[in-house]
Structures are given as C-alpha cells and as structure tokens.
Design a protein around this ligand. Sequence first.
Ligand SMILES: Cc1ncc(C[n+]2csc(CCOP(=O)(O)OP(=O)(O)O)c2C)c(N)n1
Ligand SMILES: [Mg+2]
Length: 373
Amino acid sequence: MADVSPTVQFLSIDGTFAPNEAAEEYLPFLDGLSDEDHRQFYRDMAITRRFDEECTNLQRQGQMGLWPPSHGQEAAQVGSARASRPQDVIFPSYREHAVALVRGIDVVDIVKVMRGVSMGGWDPTDPANGNFRNYCLVIGSHALHATGYAMGVQFDGLVATGNVERDIAVMAYFGDGATSQGDVSEAFVFSASNQTPQVFFLQNNHWAISVPVTTQSRTPLYLRPRGFGIPTVQIDGNDVLASYATTRKHLDDARSGRGPALIEALTYRIGAHTTSDDPTRYQTPEQLAHWVARDPIIRFAAYLRGLGASDAFFDEVQQEADDVSADVRHRTLELGPPALSAIFENVYSEPHPVMAEQQAWLDAYEASLKEGA
Ligand SMILES: Cc1ncc(C[n+]2csc(CCOP(=O)(O)OP(=O)(O)O)c2C)c(N)n1
Ligand SMILES: [Mg+2]
C-alpha cells in the first residue's frame, strides 16, 4: 500500500521529545504552548484518570447502573479537546470524560446519566456547558448530527469569515466500532460533498466491546475516509502532543473553510468496555502489557520531568485529583434514586393517555405494596 503514511508521534514511549517524519508538518502547531499549558495537559489527564477510577468504584458499590471507563485514552481526548476553541461544537459518544472535563461540564452530570436520574445530564445549549453536546449511546449516530450541525454552521455563515473568535468548527468523537455503522459512512458523504467545517476524531482503542478492530476492517481505518474525499491522518493516540497538534491544524483548517478531516488516534482500552463486561475473556495479557507500557500519563510525566517539573508539582496534581473524586463521591451519594414518574416523562412531548394510564397503574401498584407492608 503505497499511501500508508507513518503514524504522527512527537513523544517516544519513554517521554523523549523526538518528532518523527510524519510529525514535522505539525510542529508549528505546538508553537505558543507554555509550560503552564503542558502542565494543564497533565492535570487534565491525571484528574480524569482518578475520576474514572472513582466512578468505576461507585458503580461497583451500586451507585450507578453502568460506567464506561476512559482509562488509557486520556491523551487522545485531552490533546484534541485542548486544541478546540470555545466556540467549537463537540459531539461526544459516551467515553469522552476528559473532553467533558476540559469543556467545563460538571462531571457529576455524567454520573447522573449513568445512575439513571437524568435523561441527558446537562443542557448543551447552556453556555456554561462549553458547546459540549450530550453523550450519545447510539453508536455512530452523532457523526450525522455533527455533520448536519456543521452544514448549519455553513448556512449561517459562521465559517471562513476570518474572525478567529467567531468561526466555528465541529468535532465528533467516535470509536473504531462506530466506523462500521452506515451513519458514519453517510456522515462522510455529506461532509465531503458539502466541505463541512469539521473534524472526525476516531479513537481506535482496538475493541468494539469484545470484537477486535481486525474483524471490523481489512484496511487501516484512517485510509477509509480518503475514498470519500476526506483527508486523514493517523496519530499515536497515547501522545498528548500528537493529539493536540494534529487536531489544532485540522480544526483551524475547518474553521477557515478548508473542509473536513479525520484523525485516527491509535490507543487502547485498558480494561473493560463498561462495568458490565469481563475483558479477561478476550484481551490477552500480552496485548494488555504492550499497551500498559505505553501509558499516556506516565509518558507525559516523564516528558514534564525532563522540562523540570518536580515532585511537588506531581503531588499537587494528585491532591487535586483526590479532591475532585472525593467531591464526586460525596455528591453522588447525595443524588438518591430517580423519581418513578420519570420513566413516563419525555416519552411524548405532550400529555398522552397511554402514559397516564400506565402511570396510574404503577402508582396503584406502589400503593398496594405499602398497604401490604
Ligand atoms: C447502533 C448501536 N448498535 C449497537 C450498540 C451496542 N454497542 C454499545 S458500545 C458498542 C461498541 C462500540 O465500539 P467503538 O465504536 O469502538 O467504541 P468504544 O466503546 O470502543 O469506545 C456497541 C456495539 C449501540 N449502542 N448502538
Ligand atoms: Mg473501540
């Protein structure tokens, strides 16, 4: 395959800054990053890792129905999210906890969704929520929502005006498994045809629940959208700088009217698909060890130490991460159960006789239990 280009990487596995050939064109997009920006990348990743562990524990203790971990995918998420501008609009799937954190979502709102006490968690139209749309559990469907939204941005003339504070790019996050969905292919067609201002951010974590990516595709996934006319790049998804620089370039291009792009971030789901799953049934210990050795947070910590970060910095971030997770635990325990009536709300936009009948039946049933007690 002549057009297989190497994977963009800035940081080698031991944290040395050693951009490879594919990274060269993206080097200018690291310009302007301060020491504090680098430290923020680390902080975002470490807090997300800690939050994610706490949520897994809370689910095990019966506080949530389900938890989809982000462990291992923090660099792909933080680099790309930090590359976006406030006015950009983000369409996540259900594992983008680091992106949610960066965009300013109160992460307890994610817990509410997984606990079943909220239908959507947060109001995506509230400016406080960073243009971060709701989590989407219907695989791949939000790629279409994102493309439709990006077409709307074009209709509204909010792209390529040269106003960097106003021009909007759209970014959709989805997984390797999602690329097998028709919705994603249709999104590519409409995006390419309309040259929409958007980035498709594909986290190839090598698994769609228990189905390996090798079963999903006979070709590297980043080559596929090229057939639709969408430029693509494959990156080391465990290198936060690669994720940042490539996303920055392609979001900038999108905002300035140069059309869409897809970034395939090669990463790995360390552990379970969700807390309902037992990955030891299909992940081999060797493959797991290979990827654990490429942990994105350990790699970036080594890089920061090379830049002079001290133990005091890492201790401070650990304390901050512990504080965030203690707060999440505290507020989760206070959430209580969902109201029973909630299952009838939002089924129809207006009152509906069948819903009223079912609710009356449930109320009578609940009352009968109390009578019998
Ligand atoms: C349309 C649809 N089909 C099937 C499912 C069940 N399902 C939930 S997650 C998942 C795998 C998705 O894998 P991938 O896109 O790689 O994302 P990852 O979970 O690895 O982040 C499937 C098949 C679903 N939620 N929606
Ligand atoms: Mg996957």
